[in-house]
Write a protein that binds this ligand. Structure first.
Ligand SMILES: Nc1ncnc2c1ncn2[C@@H]1O[C@H](COP(=O)(O)OP(=O)(O)OP(=O)(O)O)[C@@H](O)[C@H]1O
Ligand SMILES: [Mg+2]
Length: 167
């Protein structure tokens, strides 16, 4: 199932990230796909903020992986892992860094920028979000949710509280 959202402002993106963050559980993997400047890191920053991370979240382009602790006692998610695959040449390179341990950790949510570059090693039920920046400045977020047979469907999120749901 695919859902599309039209974002005109930063606030639209913030609201979508907030709604998604509330549905996340440990072991979830989110892949972000989009050109330079599409808004991938911005989305992660809003997700991190909603999960209770107070540190500044920057693109981990040079470090590849950044680990953020979630100190909220009520949250079962203990870490947000932020990966930027921009500088990687293959999925194997990321695999060599041991990331698959994160994918199966019930206390971890992993979010990956440039996920299309490392698709091979991502779990089959990873949620993929494509971000397209249009010439008029609008951003179209297309999210492929896990199959409807899965116990949780992330998308579509309610239409009224963010941007415009196109579908
Ligand atoms: N929904 C939005 N509305 C308006 N501006 C936005 C929105 N999303 C992102 N931006 C702006 O676009 C710029 C680029 O965003 P960002 O760094 O998140 O892109 P990116 O996809 O991570 O880029 P890169 O591929 O270089 O890592 C930033 O200045 C950010 O504030
Ligand atoms: Mg980025």
């Amino acid at each position: 199932m695919k859902s599309e959202y039209k974002m005109t402002t930063l606030q639209d993106t913030q609201r979508l990230a907030e709604q998604l963050a509330k549905k996340l559980q440990g072991g979830d993997v989110i892949g972000l796909i989009g050109n330079l400047g599409a808004g991938k890191t911005t989305f992660v920053q809003f997700l991190a903020h909603t999960l209770g991370i107070k540190q500044t979240v920057n693109s981990p382009t040079f470090n590849i992986i950044k680990v953020y602790a979630i100190k909220n006692h009520k949250s079962k998610i203990k870490n947000l892992i932020h990966i930027d695959a921009y500088r990687l040449h293959s999925a194997a390179e990321l695999q060599a860094l041991g990331v698959e341990e994160y994918f199966v950790d019930p206390h971890v949510v992993t979010v990956i920028e440039w996920a299309d570059r490392v698709k091979k090693i991502l779990p089959k039920d990873a949620m993929m979000i494509k971000i397209k920046l249009k010439k008029n400045g609008e951003r179209i977020f297309s999210a492929t949710s896990t199959a409807l047979s899965q116990p949780r469907a992330f998308f579509p999120l309610p239409q009224s509280s963010h941007g415009t749901c196109l579908q």
